[in-house]
Design a protein around this ligand. Structure first.
Ligand SMILES: Cc1ncc(COP(=O)(O)O)c(C=O)c1O
Length: 413
């Protein structure tokens, strides 16, 4: 065992995730599809149950459960704001990241016109591409693509100055790739955008569970994420810079007020889901130090990140020794999440994942994970997609070893 993994309270972490008790074919399940959705921490489940068991309510009622619902939503927004160093007024909830992005794109697009330009990236999940393509099509806008280098698996930033023009309204870019784990240089990108008065929409869905994010440091005017990727329930989260949010011309439907952040929250929200958000954030904070929640979140993430990176290194070096295995990851010096995509010559990803599941109780996914543009560029889909191992703080060295051993066995027979 390495020093960090020795220090990391893995048993205490696992005890907080009821799903760790699940067995498959007589063996404990190893969950390696965190990027598809992490497992949920018990405190989050308990809060969801408690909200419903104590009498849930709609807003604005002159009775305690209604007032409690309002307080609960406010408390969840406060926790999200602490996580990104934003203001609770800038935080809105919705069904998921994709739906929120779609609504925001439509609202922003009301002020855009033919000839305006928008920039999307080839590395991104389509959730941060298609809503922008749709509004660009409706408005007759020009779409420019920020290219990904298929060899380095990083965005090509050298031609940024020509891609961003005086007509560009917005650049949509991910903080980290959910397929290959590359962490993009957002401070650089957003600075270039800011110099030209261009809005930056950041998809932080994949990054959020892996490291502390400072909204201002990465220069996000819009930041989107989803609580089900960071140990919580299925609720989408949008953090929108206040002046932009105030000016945002969302379609006014009667069941939504005109003020921020509620104006983006059409209809009754998923109150029980929202109840589970703060505990998920506090789970991260529980590993941290300091007085303020924001500091605890930051230092908590540092510990989790360190542990995940140790596991990821072990996994990468084990995978590199397997015959015919190709790793799809950026060079060593490029920061990455512990999300590792690979393929093995002569084997179908679907078959490998099924065998890992049935023979080793490893739940691991394959496909293009909606990083479709990168996948197309690499010809990945013609060959059944990538296999993706995504690590989370509840994963163990034994699980990493089990995956490596399982793959060695498959390759050997
Ligand atoms: C990087 C990334 N962006 C966006 C999404 C879409 O998020 P949601 O399911 O909340 O719409 C995902 C989901 O897998 C993702 O990984």
């Amino acid at each position: 065992m390495t020093k960090t993994t020795e220090r990391f309270p893995i048993e205490a972490v696992r005890e907080q995730f009821p799903a760790m008790k699940r067995m498959h074919n007589g063996k404990p399940v190893a969950y390696l599809d965190g990027p598809g959705g992490s497992q949920v921490v018990k405190s989050s489940m308990d809060a969801i149950y408690a909200y419903m068991a104590n009498g849930g309510a709609n807003l604005h009622g002159p009775f305690p459960s209604s007032r409690e619902t309002e307080q609960l939503i406010a408390s969840a927004k406060e926790a999200v704001a602490q996580m990104f160093r934003a203001d609770p007024e800038e935080v809105a909830f919705g069904a998921n990241m994709t739906t929120l992005t779609y609504a925001i794109a439509r609202a922003l697009g009301r002020k855009w016109q033919a000839g305006d330009e928008i920039v999307v990236s080839e590395l991104d999940h389509r959730a941060n591409v298609d809503p922008w393509l749709a509004i660009a099509k409706d408005r007759g806008m020009t779409v420019r693509w920020l290219k990904v280098d298929p060899h380095t698996l990083t965005l090509q930033l050298d031609d940024l100055d020509t891609i961003l023009t005086s007509k560009t309204k917005l650049i949509a870019v991910g903080l980290a790739s959910n397929a290959v784990g590359t962490i993009n240089n957002l401070p650089l990108l957003s600075q270039k955008a800011r110099e030209k008065g261009i809005l930056v929409a950041v998809d932080a869905v994949h990054a959020t569970p892996h490291f502390a994010i400072d909204r201002d440091e990465i220069g996000a005017d819009l930041l989107l994420c989803s609580a089900y990727k960071f140990f919580g329930p299925h609720v989408g989260i949008a953090v929108i810079r206040k002046p932009l949010f105030e000016a945002l011309d969302v379609y006014k439907l009667a069941p939504a007020p005109t003020f921020i952040p509620d104006k983006l929250e059409t209809g009754t929200q998923n109150h029980e889901g929202i109840a589970g958000i703060r505990p998920a954030i506090e789970f991260v904070a529980s590993f941290g130090t300091g007085d303020a929640l924001s500091e605890q979140i930051r230092s908590g993430f540092a510990l989790l990140e360190d542990y995940e990176n140790q596991l990821a290194e072990k996994l990468r070096s084990g995978l590199k020794k397997i015959d015919g295995l190709t790793l799809y990851q950026a060079e060593d010096h490029v920061p990455k999440t512990p999300t590792i995509a690979f393929r093995i010559d002569g084997f179908e990803p679907h078959d490998i994942c099924t065998r890992l599941c049935e023979e080793h109780s490893i739940f691991i996914a394959y496909g293009d994970f909606y990083a479709s543009t990168l996948a197309e560029k690499l010809g990945i889909n013609e060959n059944g997609g990538w296999i993706r191992a995504g690590l989370a703080p509840y994963n163990t060295e034994e699980e990493v070893e089990r995956l490596i051993r399982g793959l060695q066995e498959i390759v050997a027979n």
